[in-house]
Write a protein that binds this ligand. Structure first.
Ligand code: MRU
Length: 364
């Protein structure tokens, strides 16, 4: 996708080196800062601190992290330690495990002197595939958006899409998941307007989704998370489309905290509720998402404080509650399969149930 008209990916090899650069998402939208990752620990730090975030990008960064580690030490012990360090960075998005397993599987049988190059090539392949995959998700989702727009009483009116968090290209290597269909619809001339939920506590909607939609020229409006049900009740939302961090084999979906509440409101108001994600986000080893998906517990400080930019241009963080107020910060929630209209993947659109997902698995 483009930044100021120049094509970029969220993770890029620094030409002529064995290092990669990432966009530091903790300082967007106020600054665009590229940071170079030279070691496995750099990659782990970038994931832990959410300089990179979003399920597919976490996986891609971890893959390069393992490759960077093998450049320093390609022994079995280092491979295991590197895997464990990266795996421990964040618990909910299953793409992390998927990417690490994939790199480990191709390097483990090799002699030590071939491992780093092979890991580097596999990380690059993961990134290239992610870009292609997300474009395919966009094409399948585009067809849904086209049909929903054609079904509107007034087709000159915009198709109002509600999102949550950021599952756009900043959450992936390119294109994104929930926003990929939106970009294709916009580019095809369908009038699309996006309701961008701010996504407290970290504000990925306000800081990231609004930023990337503006870079692409897609009309959008920022809303407080609490406004979602109200807008649906008044017929101002044609569909919701969000990303996913882990989908179970029966179609339960973990996504950013607040997704479940939106799905409840959407069901009450007959608003279609789609999840868009690559097949690598499906955890085939579990069925019951509420029981079996680990929910990341994050710092209470993200709830009690809000960061931003002051009038003088300095970055500041302000306390919004009484000093010492207890706060809890679950990073994700689980939407049961029964609240999911359908799952948009690179292989097509599937029902969120064990039977249709088994059909998808058989296609792989
Ligand atoms: O905590 P984050 O920002 O890494 O959260 C992940 C997400 O970006 C969202 O949950 C998203 O909708 C799914 S990941 C593409």
């Amino acid at each position: 996708m483009n930044i100021a008209g120049i094509p970029h990916r969220t993770i890029e090899v620094v030409p002529g080196t064995h290092s990669v650069r990432i966009i530091d998402q903790t300082v967007l939208p106020h600054q665009l800062v590229w940071q170079t990752l030279r070691t496995l620990n750099d990659a782990a730090e970038a994931i832990c601190t959410m300089r990179v975030r979003g399920a597919p990008l976490i996986g891609a960064t971890a893959a390069y992290g393992l490759a960077l580690g093998l450049l320093e030490d390609a022994s079995d012990a280092a491979l295991k330690a590197g895997y464990d360090t990266l795996f421990a960075t964040r618990p909910t998005a299953v793409n992390l495990r998927w990417a690490l397993d994939r790199v480990r599987a191709v390097v483990a049988p090799l002699p030590l002197n071939q491992r780093a190059d092979r890991a580097w090539a596999e990380a690059a392949a993961i990134c290239d595939e992610d870009a292609r995959t997300n474009h395919a998700i966009g094409q399948h989702g585009f067809e849904l958006l086209r049909q929903l727009h054609a079904a509107k009483a007034d087709t000159s009116a915009p198709l109002h899409v509600m999102t949550h968090c950021n599952a756009g290209w900043l959450a992936a290597v390119d294109w994104g998941m929930s926003l990929s269909p939106v970009y294709l619809a916009h580019d095809a001339g369908i009038p699309v307007h996006v309701w961008v939920s701010e996504t407290r506590p970290r504000g990925q909607g306000a800081s990231l989704t609004a930023w990337e939609l503006r870079e692409h020229g897609v009309p959008h409006t920022l809303i407080a998370d609490n406004a979602s049900g109200h807008l649906m009740q008044r017929g101002m939302v044609d569909l919701c489309i969000v990303g996913a961090d882990r989908v179970t084999a029966q179609g339960d979906v973990a996504n950013k905290i607040g997704t479940y509440m939106k799905a409840l409101a959407a069901r009450a108001h007959q608003v279609p509720f789609f999840f868009a994600m690559p097949v690598s986000t499906i955890d085939w080893t579990i069925l019951d998402g509420i029981r079996d998906i680990p929910i990341e517990q994050r710092s209470a400080r993200e709830v009690t404080h809000i960061p931003g930019i002051a009038a003088d241009g300095t970055r500041q963080e302000v306390l919004i509650t009484r000093e010492g107020t207890a706060a809890r910060n679950d990073g994700f929630d689980v939407t049961p399969a029964s609240f999911v209209t359908s799952l948009i993947t690179e292989h097509g659109v599937f029902q969120a149930d064990a039977t249709d997902l088994a059909r998808l698995k058989a296609m792989l």
